[in-house]
Structures are given as C-alpha cells and as structure tokens.
Design a protein around this ligand. Structure first.
Ligand SMILES: [Mn+2]
Length: 289
C-alpha cells in the first residue's frame, strides 16, 4: 500500500462516512471540544483530539475479551460548539444526536467537559421511555445549579434526572451535603461508591445485569484513580482500576445500551495516560457489542 491511511482525526477502525449508505443500528462517534464551565483543571476541549489519536495504540483483536472489533461504527467528527455558552452548546449536541438517531445510529460522545452529556441524554430520554443512565464518576454531578449556572459540568445528572432518567452512580467518592439530601429524597438513584466497587464488584455486576430498560453509559474519566488517569477536570483519589471499568463495560455489553460517552479527558499531550484509558473504554465497548 503506497497510500498512508493513518487518519488520527478519526477513531481507529471507524468506517468511512457515506451519508447515503449509513448502516442501521450502528454506532457514531461525535466529539464535543468544549470546556467553558470547568472549575479546576481546564483543557478537556482537547479531549476529542487526544482520545482519537490514542485509539491507534490498540489491536483489532481484543485479548481481554477474546473478541475482535468488528462492530460497524463511524466517526462523524466534532460538533460546532459555542465556547462560553454551555446552554447553546448543549442544544447543538442535542440536535446533532437527534440527527444520528434519525439515521438509526447510536451516539458515542467524546468530551469535552461532562456537560457534553446533557444534550445527548435529553435526546435519548425523549426517544426512550424509562432510560437508565449508568454513570461512572468520582462525583454525583447532581447540583441544581453551579455558581448560578443550570448548564454545567457539575449539574449533568440533575438535568438527566429532570429529563426522567433513572440513575446508577458508580465510583462515587465526592459529594455535597445538598446532593446527598437530594439522593435520599428520590427513589430512582442507585449508588455504588468507590469502596463498594473495590469490595463487591459481583454485586455491581448483578445489579447492572438485571436492569430492564434502555441504558445510557456515561464515563467521567475521573472515575479512574488519578494514578491511572490524572489529566481530568477534578482529580479525586481512591478511584477505580482499569479492570473494574472493564467489568462494568462487559456487564453492560449484554444489555440494550443506546449510547455512551467518555468525557473530561483534559490534556494536550498525545499518548497521555488519561487519553489512552479513555480511548480504551470506547475500544472495549465497541469490541464487546
Ligand atoms: Mn467527575
């Protein structure tokens, strides 16, 4: 082959996009290069670039799961975000995801800050009754508003809950008193804290396997321990190991997963740990479905 086909701005193994012949029931990657409400470590607007580039480190055969990545998926590029305007960006993401759903393509979103998920979850909760969001994160992201803003990386799951989604929060190890009160006042938020995962992974898998609803998987990269994935908006010690996140993805691969996102990778360095782990989560999911 004389032509160089390495295309680092598209996720590795993705199929060339031909809008007249998009395969139904496939997956579609979109990037959301946005980080305007970040409160601590900024830089996740570069997540889509570094995560795609990191995807070229993996083999087509996935030895952990004894399977090859043969699922049809596309990389549609990045949405046009409105830097400085989270609400407008969420609306653009929602409209873009609705276009994917019209094509019968399930969204895989690469952030960007976690607010990238708001528009995706809005579109999916409009389409599916009883959507359940499986949310891997160090934080609950259940604040009603954050510094006066309703559309923020810290309010994502509160908006999702308002849209009618059930929540399963996994890896939690940081929260406010108000968020804990809110969780107690509702019936449809299930919590597995970081130590629940470390000590009782079988209980987590059992719970996930018994969900009888369309599932959306949202992975904030800060769910990993900072020793594994340090370049995130809010690093928090005591996080999950790579193998634990693999187990969650494996358990969900038997279910009706209607979309996923991997957000909060905040680095400008190619080959950085966090970007590699984020790309691996997407690669593992696509290998299993
Ligand atoms: Mn978080």
């Amino acid at each position: 082959m004389l032509l160089n086909t390495y295309e680092p701005w598209k996720f590795a193994f993705s199929k060339a996009v031909d809008f007249d012949n998009i395969e139904k029931d496939s997956y579609g990657i979109i990037g959301v290069p946005f980080d305007s409400t970040t409160s601590y470590h900024s830089g996740s607007r570069l997540g889509p670039i570094v995560v795609r580039e990191a995807s070229y480190g993996f083999e087509n055969y996935n030895i952990n799961f004894k399977t090859s990545l043969d699922t049809t998926f596309y990389d549609f590029g990045d949405v046009n975000v409105v830097l400085g305007n989270c609400e407008a960006t969420c609306k653009i993401v929602e409209d873009t995801v609705n276009e994917l759903l019209d094509l019968e393509v399930k969204p895989i979103t690469i952030g960007g800050e976690h607010s990238a998920s708001i528009g995706v979850i809005k579109a999916l909760s409009d389409k599916y009754d009883n959507l359940t969001v499986v949310h891997l994160d160090a934080h609950r992201d259940l604040a009603f508003d954050f510094i006066g803003e309703k559309y923020s990386h810290a309010t994502v799951m509160r908006r999702a809950h308002e849209f009618g989604a059930n929540l399963v929060q996994i890896g939690i190890r940081s929260s406010s008193a108000e968020e804990e009160e809110f969780v107690k006042s509702t019936y449809n938020i299930q919590t597995f804290k970081n130590k629940d995962v470390h000590k009782h992974m079988d209980a987590v898998e059992y719970y996930l396997t018994n969900i009888d609803a369309p599932i959306y998987l949202s992975i904030d990269m800060d769910v990993f321990d900072p020793a594994i994935a340090p370049a995130v908006g809010n690093p928090t010690p005591g996080g999950l190991f790579t193998s634990e996140v693999e187990d969650v993805i494996k358990a969900l691969s038997y279910k009706n997963v209607v979309g996923i996102d991997v957000v909060e990778t905040a680095t400008d360095r190619l080959g950085e740990n966090t970007a590699v782990c984020a790309a691996k989560a997407i690669y593992d999911f696509l290998s299993l479905v």
